[in-house]
Design a protein around this ligand. Structure first.
Ligand code: CA
Length: 237
């Protein structure tokens, strides 16, 4: 069966790939992207306004959002801000102009990357892949360095300016997780899930307490940053 010519010519099986929420009001661009990304193995949920995007985000759990800046009603920046208030889902923004203020605004609001129109679907697909890879796998290296802070996973050791810092097990795990995903914002719920495990019965306050202790011990306030209304992220090196 599997070796027959007809099987090879059939359209791909229903994709089980990552679910992408596409927010784009222009039909021509939306259908082009949907076709391309579905062929690439993604599942697509396509909405045409920010209001619908926020609703959809509450109903489903996309692995990534592709968000156009120019939308009817609420613009993409406002949508980005509102998504970040409740979720750290990766966001790739589609900006209409290659203007610095637009790009900076998007990234400051917590977008993970952006593509400037006009762009090729191939370029967008490459960005999506890169962002998902960064979020999924983290940094595989044993030694992670940001400024004068060095973390060695195998030795479970952290030094600041060459001096060892005594972190508790969970403080270490939390720091390691954040440093493995530099620049990516994680909500308190996600950090509880990823660092403590789903079974952990405590509340999100636990995360704040650990971050505060870790910051005090490291004395590097910019290393782990609070993103208001969203969560925490580690500085990029
Ligand atoms: Ca648009």
């Amino acid at each position: 069966m599997t070796s027959s010519a007809s099987a090879r010519l059939e359209p791909p099986a229903p994709a089980r790939g990552p679910l992408v929420l596409l927010v784009e009001d222009e039909t021509s661009i939306g259908s082009l992207l949907r076709g391309y990304l579905e062929r690439d193995g993604y599942r697509l949920a396509w909405v045409r306004s920010g209001e619908e995007a926020l609703l959809e985000l509450g109903r489903r759990a996309p692995q990534l959002v592709v968000l156009d800046v120019g939308l009817p009603g609420m613009d993409g920046f406002e949508v980005c801000r509102r998504i970040r208030a409740r979720s750290s889902v990766p966001i790739v923004m589609l900006t209409a102009r290659d203007e610095e203020p637009d790009r900076v605004a998007g990234l400051e609001l917590g977008a993970d990357d952006y593509v400037t129109k006009p762009f090729s679907p191939r370029e967008l697909a490459a960005r999506i892949k890169a962002v998902l890879r960064r979020v999924d796998s983290g940094d595989p290296r044993d030694e992670l360095t940001v400024g004068d802070v060095v973390l060695r996973k195998s030795a479970r050791e952290v030094t600041v300016a060459g001096k060892p810092v005594g972190l508790t097990g969970k403080e270490f795990d939390l720091l390691a997780f954040l440093l493995e995903h530099p620049g990516i914002v994680f909500s308190r719920e996600q950090l509880l899930d990823r660092v403590w495990g789903l079974a952990y019965p405590g509340g999100t306050r636990t995360v704040d307490v650990h971050v505060a202790q870790m910051r005090r011990k490291l004395a590097r306030p910019d290393l782990v940053q609070t993103v208001r209304g969203a969560g925490y992220k580690a500085a990029r090196n």
